[in-house]
Design a protein around this ligand. Sequence first.
Ligand SMILES: [Zn+2]
Length: 80
Amino acid sequence: MTFRVGRALVITEGDFGDCDLCGAHDELRPYGPNGENICFDCGMAQMEVTKAKFAELVGDATVALVDLGVVEGAGHDDIN
Ligand SMILES: [Zn+2]
């Protein structure tokens, strides 16, 4: 999820759902041409729109807070 709190841009792990453009179940971000929630692949396929939508969200933010949470699968299970 990407949103503003005052002058801070907050980027966290996104909400999962079905992409508004292709229907794939994935982590979604609001970077569609009309603000649709779209998947990574659709975002990459329309890079200029994605950049513009991200720039709209950044606006005049002076701080970016990134919290991507715990990496799934990380841990000590793989150590011997
Ligand atoms: Zn998609």
